[in-house]
Design a protein around this ligand. Structure first.
Ligand SMILES: Nc1nc2c(ncn2[C@@H]2O[C@H](COP(=O)(O)OP(=O)(O)O)[C@@H](O)[C@H]2O)c(=O)[nH]1
Ligand SMILES: [Mg+2]
Length: 47
């Protein structure tokens, strides 16, 4: 997921992740920009 800050990447990613989880799929969400503060922690909270 690529886009400007605040464009909805994380929101859309988690919507897709939840959709797939409802379909009994295993989901792994990975933060590619590790320079962003708390990038990994944010995804851990959402999914
Ligand atoms: N109206 C509207 N707001 C959205 C949508 N997707 C995300 N947002 C809001 O836009 C803001 C930034 O979203 P975020 O997913 O954190 O963007 P990111 O920086 O690209 O990860 C948040 O306040 C979201 O609630 C959308 O589809 N519609
Ligand atoms: Mg984000």
């Amino acid at each position: 997921m690529v886009g400007l800050q605040g464009s909805g990447k994380t929101t859309t990613t988690v919507k897709l992740a939840n959709y797939l989880k409802l379909k009994q799929k295993k989901v792994l969400v990975v933060a590619c920009d590790l320079q962003r503060l708390a990038a990994v922690e944010q995804l851990r909270q959402f999914v």
